[in-house]
Design a protein around this ligand. Sequence first.
Ligand code: ZN
Length: 342
Amino acid sequence: MTTENTAPAWINDPEARLAHKNAFDGALVMGTARFNQETGRLLTKSRPFLWAIDRETGLIRSDLVRARRCPVCDEPPAQGLFVKDGFRHVRCHKCGLIYVSLILREDVIDQYWREEMAWVGVLNSTPQQELDRLKYQYGLDLVSGRLTGRRVLDIGSGPGGFVRLAEEQGWQATALELNQESSKKLAAEGYQVIVKHLEVTDLPSESYDLICLWEVLEHLPAPRMMLAEARRLLAPGGLFLILVPNVNSLVTRLLHEKSNTFGGHSHLNHFGPESLADLIGRAGLKVVEMETVITELGTINNYLSFEDPYKGTAGPVIPTLTPQLIHENMWGSRLLALAERG
Ligand SMILES: [Zn+2]
């Protein structure tokens, strides 16, 4: 069955579009300290592999890690940037990607995600669910006017906020999720859920009109291979919707390794607009549009005021630094991209 879909008018009205974007910018809506507190972010054990650091080297124990080449362009790792919590962050001298090498072995990462509960708790918090619903709605509105079919695959669906919203709005949604707690809950609620790595699912080619990767690519040891496999599943005329942290965001350029985005057990790849487009192209896809969302303006104000970036309550420091200016310059903390088959 196909449905005629139309895009809402706000998509082509810059002011209205910014208002829709700001509505799911949690720290902007609630204030940074309250947002981090009430979503449980401050309670999250964000450094779960400190026990695995070798005291002599300051790095994660060698039996738990493996080296890898640049996951975008395959160059060997070159320029070290910094070490955080035992993980070395490097910058590819060829394509510019910032990434972690050495990374945890795949079986260690798999076990971590299967059993992870702290981040699942953040995603299940009421304020986060309300904000995510607006974010997912924004994504569905972006693609709705461009697609006729309504079959969607949500890779890394977490507790399932996106698939719930999509099904409510007439999409036929499939979730792919490795976390035990989240996948069990979704299956119990009657959603179609696959508990496997995409590469071993054997799904039929061209079976989805929309494939979503909401904050997934940054976690993958081999994002290009996964994206190329996902491309096979995309129907002609279909779209990818991709959200990743933006390493070229103003907040990350200011905070460097102090930024919460750098957690080497979990965030293995740090894309900017160019390296994300590069990855998408190398997977046989083409960027349709790319923008930034979520400012972390409060985090920036706190840092510029010598307060704790995530717990402080500083007001505006630079009056002309607005969400509009941040997003116009692609300085927001997340990159949101639509891509099609190249
Ligand atoms: Zn590279």
